[in-house]
Each structure stands twice: as structure tokens, then as C-alpha cells.
Design a protein around this ligand. Structure first.
Ligand SMILES: *Cc1c(COP(=O)(O)O)cnc(C)c1O
Length: 496
């Protein structure tokens, strides 16, 4: 299997090259030349298998330049009960008659990004060994919170890698800060910067191309790489869990094998829902993909009108991981829907960087509507949804998941489509404790994060994730902060 770039269909690389490079030289994203077929026979053969076994069977069709042994090593290092607090890696909770909440947050950082970031470091080291043997991989990350921690957990003590994470000193929550500054692992470090997320990101981008630093890397036998969400190595692990969930529902007798189900996803950068689209294209019996946004509803508006317009106010919401105005992975969907037309993708995405907007053709919009439905809800509706779900079904969900639950219910009411729906549940409610508490109780909310966790546990009867509780007594390893000008020095120190 080969991969093309969305901005140059003639570009043709292997999976290892796509993963090692991250992004194509002309700025496009790597996509598979064609999707492997998921026949009904193959789908049936997955029923009853463990999550790692399903992952190996599905990933083998995408990563054809990995040996069976290499792939097995990657998957078996990623999805373990040491890292996940569920033996089945994912859990499915039935809520009401038709909704199945696919809990993707049983990994070490309690958010769905672990599903990809536990596997990516292993895919990356194998890919780098194939494309540039002998080099140590150096990963730099600028984070506004969740990605940094998930990447740190993923790369912790992975041989052949080093990682440095920069975060804005005053731009992350207390709990997120604590998660990062207590991170263990000999090969990872964390650095606060005096500035905002954009400062961190801009400086990291500069460091990636700084000739002096690149010369030092060369001398040390090292190579920069990226763990951000446009890397194919972060997307492909996400296809697995939709297929795994479907086969699990069939195994439990909740659905008939072959029955068409909808999938609803709380969406930010469009990675998670794109993985569901790819699963559908492979042959998974999926009807509509329901794309749920918060007040930053650039995607919901796009799906309605065909015009993507980022020139709008940015809102800080109770579902911060979806506070995004540029959904990078949408490019991959549009490439597919336009019949793999790299010229039109170049046109739309240069318009996006020039004018902040583009409009797709009526044909592409029509195809989009066949696959996708969009919707959004605000913070008040998000909180109401958390409250309703808890009171009616005793089920507690986080703010991001609630957006998808609400948009899915709206979709069902508006269309009369009564299919069963897999709703991606993307974070533990204990990760966004204050907002979840406000939604389920009138009691006074303590200021301290750990007291909030204890109160939510008392009210819900749920055991909080051990990894969050443990933070209370964990030693802080990384203190102090640097200016954005000093970031390059920190990188040089780390390289030595
Ligand atoms: C990142 C994230 C999302 C958005 O996922 P995308 O793949 O960027 O669309 C939703 N919920 C949570 C909790 C997240 O961390």
C-alpha cells in the first residue's frame, strides 16, 4: 500500500515514509492510495478477538511495509493493562435504547488521544529505522494541554526517542500542569514558557528549521519528528476502534452483523470523525457520520453551507479540546470527496491561508451530505445534557462527549433516523471535573482539583481514574519557566 499527498497526487510514499515525514514537502497530508477492503467475512473473523488482535488484523492492511513481527511489537507495547485501566482497552456503555457510548478514555491520560499516542511512538521508531536507520528521534511538542500529556505518556522510555514539551505557563489548567510537571521517564522533559500557546507553537516551528540546531542534530545522529494530529501514524490507530466497537456490539447481540449504525463524534481537528469515515469506506456498515461542534461551529456551518470560514470570533468553551477554527484533517475528507483532485485542494487551502475561507463545489457538498450531518450546541446545552444523562440513566459523561450526545439527539429528532448510534466518548468526566460538577449538583464546588474529584466520586459513585488521583502525591520534576527566546537553548541542552 502506498500513500499520496492531498496536494500532489503524484507523490507516492510508503507507510513508513508517511509516518516518519509527518507532512508532505508541499504541505499536503498523506492519504492511502486506496482503502483496504473490510469484507463481511473479515469483519466476522474479528468477533471475539482481543483489542490488540483486532488492531493487528486491521493495521496490517495499511502498514504493508511493516513485518508482522514489527507490527505485533508496536501494538503489544501500546495497548497493555499497565497503561489502560480496562482489560478490553475500550468500553461500551449502552444509554437508553439506541445510544452506545464508546469510551475511548481508559488510557493513561484519561482522554481518547491515548488511543493513538500510545501507538504512535512505536510506529514512528519502526518507520524511522526503515527510512533513516540508526538515528535517534527527537520530538518537540507545543501544547495547550491534552496533547502534551498524552504524547509524554506515549513516548516515556521508548528507546531511540527523546521528547521536549513546551506549554504556556498560564495557559493550561492546574490539573493539566500537574499532569505534565510530574511526568516520569528518562527521555522526556517539560518546559513552561512565559507566553501563550501561539508563542510556543511559532517558536517550535522556527526551531524545526533552525540551521544551527539542524547541524547539531546531524552531528549527534538525531532527527526531528512530530507527534501532531496530522501524522498518518496518529490517524490510522483510530480506525481500529470503530471496527472493534462494531464487532463487540455484534458479539454482545446488541446489533445484527451487517446492521447499519450511525456514528456521532465530538469534533475539533476532524481526526476522530475522519477515522470513522475511513472505516465506513472500508466496508464497516455505517450510515450517517454525525459531526458535533461546540460554539466554535465552523464545521457545522461548513456542512450546512459548503463555505468554510474561519473569520469569526473564537470562543473559550467548557469543551476546550474542540475549541478550534482550523480543522486540519478536513483536507483529507475533501480530497476523497473531490475524487482525489489535488489541484482543487491546493486552490481551496491556499484560499484558506490567504482569505481564511473557501467554498466547495455543489457536487462535493452533495457528496458530503450523503456521508455527514453536522450540528452544534453551546455550554448551557452541554451542561443540561450531562445533567439529563446522569438523572435519567445514571450515566456520567464529560463535556466533550455531551456535545455529541446532544447533537445526535437533535439529528434524530429532526430527521426521524432511528438507527442505533455509536457515540465517541472522548474524555473521562473526572478530567473536566468542575464543569461536570456544575451540571449534576447544586452543592458548593471546592476550588481544589482533588477535592473536586472526591466530590464527583461521592455524587456519582464512580471510582476516579487512578492516574488522576495519584497526581496528588507525585513529585514535581519540572519547575521554572523560560521566555520564548530561550526555547532554542532548552532544545540544545536537551540534545546533548
Ligand atoms: C482532541 C479531542 C477532541 C477532538 O478530536 P479531533 O480528532 O481533534 O476532532 C474531542 N474531545 C476530546 C476530549 C479531545 O481531547
Amino acid at each position: 500500500m502506498y500513500y499520496n499527498s492531498t496536494r500532489d497526487s503524484a507523490c507516492r510514499v510508503t507507510a513508513a515514509q508517511a509516518i516518519a515525514r509527518g507532512i508532505s514537502a508541499e504541505g499536503g497530508l498523506f492519504v492511502p492510495e486506496s482503502l483496504p477492503e473490510l469484507s463481511m467475512e473479515k469483519l466476522k473473523s474479528l468477533v471475539g478477538k482481543s483489542y490488540p488482535e483486532k488492531a493487528k488484523a486491521i493495521l496490517a492492511d495499511f502498514l504493508t511495509d511493516f513485518t508482522e513481527e514489527e507490527l505485533a511489537r508496536c501494538v503489544d507495547s501500546a495497548y497493555t493493562v499497565q497503561k489502560f485501566d480496562s482489560e478490553s482497552i475500550i468500553e461500551i456503555a449502552k444509554v437508553g435504547e439506541q445510544d452506545y457510548l464508546l469510551e475511548l478514555w481508559h488510557g493513561p491520560t484519561c482522554a481518547f488521544k491515548d488511543m493513538a499516542l500510545q501507538l504512535l511512538p512505536h510506529l514512528l521508531t519502526v518507520s524511522a529505522a526503515k527510512t533513516e536507520p540508526g538515528k535517534e528521534i527527537v520530538v518537540l511538542v507545543a501544547t495547550s494541554g491534552d496533547t502534551g500529556k498524552a504524547a509524554l505518556e506515549g513516548f516515556q522510555d521508548v528507546p531511540g526517542t527523546r521528547m521536549l514539551v513546551f506549554y504556556p505557563e498560564n495557559g493550561v489548567s492546574n490539573m493539566q500542569k500537574r499532569q505534565m510537571t510530574t511526568q516520569e521517564g528518562q527521555n522526556v522533559s517539560v518546559c513552561a514558557i512565559r507566553g501563550n500557546f501561539d508563542d510556543a507553537q511559532t517558536s517550535v516551528k522556527k526551531i524545526f528549521t533552525d540551521p544551527e540546531i539542524l547541524a547539531e542534530l546531524e552531528k549527534n545522529g538525531q532527527k526531528f519528528s512530530s507527534a501532531n494530529s496530522i501524522n498518518w501514524g496518529r490517524l490510522v490507530p483510530q480506525i481500529v476502534y470503530y471496527i472493534a466497537a462494531y464487532t463487540e456490539l455484534a458479539e454482545q447481540g446488541e446489533i445484527e452483523m451487517g446492521e447499519v449504525v450511525n456514528v456521532a463524534v465530538p469534533t475539533g481537528n476532524f481526526g476522530n470523525i475522519l477515522a470513522a469515515y475511513y472505516a465506513k469506506k472500508m466496508g464497516l456498515p455505517v450510515g450517517k457520520l454525525i459531526c458535533a461542534s461546540n460554539c466554535n461551529r465552523v464545521l457545522a456551518d461548513f456542512i450546512r453551507t459548503g463555505t468554510y470560514d474561519r473569520n469569526r470570533e473564537f470562543y473559550t468553551t467548557s469543551s476546550p479540546s474542540m475549541d478550534i477554527l482550523i480543522s486540519s484533517n478536513l483536507e483529507r475528507l475533501l480530497y476523497d470527496l473531490s475524487g482525489r483532485d489535488d489541484a482543487v485542494i491546493r486552490e481551496w487551502f491556499s484560499a484558506l491561508s490567504r482569505d481564511g475561507k473557501y467554498t466547495v463545489s455543489p457536487e462535493v457538498l452533495e457528496r458530503l451530505h450523503e456521508e455527514l450531518a453536522g450540528g452544534w450546541c453551546d455550554d448551557v446545552q452541554t451542561a443540561e445534557t450531562i445533567g439529563e444523562l446522569f438523572r435519567e440513566y445514571g450515566y456520567l459523561c464529560d463535556t466533550h462527549t455531551a456535545v455529541a450526545v446532544k447533537v445526535c439527539a437533535d439529528y434524530r429528532r429532526e430527521t426521524g433516523d432511528t438507527r442505533k448510534t455509536i457515540i465517541a466518548s472522548t474524555a473521562s468526566p473526572f478530567k473536566f471535573t468542575a464543569d461536570v460538577l456544575h451540571a449534576v449538583t447544586n452543592r458548593e464546588i471546592p476550588a481544589d482539583d482533588f477535592e473536586q474529584v472526591a466530590l464527583l466520586s461521592e455524587i456519582s459513585g464512580m471510582t476516579p481514574p487512578a492516574s488522576l488521583v495519584a497526581l496528588r502525591t507525585k513529585e514535581v520534576r519540572f519547575t521554572g519557566s523560560v521566555s520564548k527566546e530561550e526555547m532554542a537553548d532548552r532544545v540544545r541542552e536537551m540534545l546533548r
